[in-house]
Design a protein around this ligand. Structure first.
Ligand code: MN
Length: 426
């Protein structure tokens, strides 16, 4: 008999046209991916991201470190694959996906996590969220700018600050835990957690039913709550007693959980990378045997590169732009106006590392007061469309009073008239 009972399912929900979520339930790997980027692209992104994870199924690792390394590699590969597709194929531009993956190595479970899909553990009747959301609102909560309650209804609650496929580098959180008898693990997309609260999750996961039934009921609850998004649920139950005579439970006195986050980059030369944004030619490769003035110029360039690198590190340390560094776009202020910037929200002396790509009609006095500091520090966006969405959804301080009669004078307005029985056949 198997020590792990697992089941997973996905549902389109009640509002969306397509399902951009994907999941894996295999023997030793389990994962959820929530794609974005519009029709088809999101689906392609989430499926492509799961491929390298699926490839780990059944592999045996010499130790925990090897398993974690393989899981990280799979996520890095997923990122390279999806960002490559997004780069090469115009219809895939701007696509990306979350990825929350679990790898079973004996009685140990390793998790890798990017985005706002979540992993929860139910142990001894207590539910805990293992993953931290990579979202703007989680960032604002961490910074003390908004409360958890405000986060739950925040207009930008679905803006994620990390995703697979958005850039060449990816920060991966990993979590390792020793499983205890009767542990229940939940992996899910935000279509579940946006609707079903922790108490309800705990209630369903505590059930003694088969994982299939638990998955079905959780999806039912999300749909009953309006099903505003695609819903994906994977449930695992660890049951060592089901395995014949392995006596593992005796050695499992103190289950531990280790959490770490590391930047996995193809290129760690920050100064060179950022230098290429503002000042061309900061690469460290120089020919030998130069004359004095060239050497001085080279030294000067190195100093500049070092200063830029240092300033970036300071920005990271200050927590001002830690998550902005991996983003290409952000929404911010230019004087009174909300605008879309491209680049990095940092300037070093005369070197500006961001520039305005689009202006909006919205001004700072139209948005709610609490949102102003957020705009001042910059709101990261996955792409230009996402940046426009952020501006469209910005919390406005005073809504215009609604009149009974529509004021718009555009003749091509295609709103159906009240007295016409809807011509849905068209
Ligand atoms: Mn979603």
């Amino acid at each position: 008999m198997k020590r792990i009972l697992a089941a997973g399912d996905t549902h389109v929900g009640q509002v969306r046209d397509g399902n951009e979520d994907s999941f894996v339930v295999a023997d030793s790997v389990f994962a959820v991916a929530d794609g974005m980027g519009g029709h088809l692209a999101g689906e392609v992104a989430s499926e492509a991201a799961l491929e390298p994870v699926r490839a780990l199924d059944g592999r045996v690792f010499p130790d925990a470190d090897a398993a974690i390394a393989a899981l990280r590699d799979a996520v890095v590969t997923a990122n390279r694959t999806v960002s490559g597709m997004a780069h090469d194929e115009p219809t895939y531009r701007g696509m990306g996906t979350t990825l929350t993956a679990a790898l079973l190595e004996g009685r140990r479970l390793h998790l890798a996590h990017v985005g706002d899909s979540r992993a929860y553990l139910l142990r001894d009747g207590r539910l805990r969220q293992l993953t931290a959301d990579h979202t703007l609102v989680q960032h604002l909560v961490d910074e003390g700018q908004i409360s958890r309650e405000q986060a739950a209804t925040h207009p930008q609650r679905s803006v994620i600050t990390r995703a697979i496929g958005v850039g060449p580098d990816i920060d991966v959180d990993t979590i390792s835990l020793d499983l205890a008898a009767h542990d229940v693990l939940l992996l899910c997309s935000d279509g579940l957690t946006g609707v079903v609260d922790d108490d309800e999750l705990a209630e369903e996961l505590s059930s003694a039913d088969e994982p299939e039934a638990v998955v079905a009921r959780l999806i039912e609850r999300a749909n009953a709550g309006g099903g505003p998004d695609n819903i994906t649920v994977v449930v695992l139950r660890y049951d060592p007693d089901a395995a014949s005579g392995d006596g593992e439970s005796a050695r499992r006195a103190h289950p531990t959980i280790t959490i770490s986050s590391r930047v996995d980059r193809d290129d760690t030369d920050w100064a060179g990378r950022l230098g290429s944004v503002g000042t061309p030619g900061l690469d460290g490769v120089e020919p030998e045997g130069e004359r004095g003035t060239v050497k001085a110029a080279r030294a000067m360039r190195r100093l500049t590169a070092a200063l830029i690198g240092f300033a970036v590190l300071v920005a990271i340390a200050a927590g001002v732009g830690a998550f902005l560094l991996s983003q290409q776009y952000f929404v911010g202020l230019d004087g009174e106006q909300l605008v879309v910037y491209r680049g990095v929200d940092t300037s070093v002396g005369p070197v500006q590392l961001s520039w305005i790509v689009e202006r909006s009609q919205v001004t700072v006095d139209e948005v709610q007061d609490w949102y102003v500091p957020t705009l001042q520090s910059g709101v990261p966006a996955i792409n230009l469309a996402d940046a426009r969405r952020i501006i469209d959804n910005a919390p406005l301080s005073a809504l215009e009073p609604e009149d009974d009669e529509p004021e718009d004078d555009e003749p091509e307005d295609d709103e159906p008239e009240d007295d016409e029985p809807g011509d849905l056949a068209g």
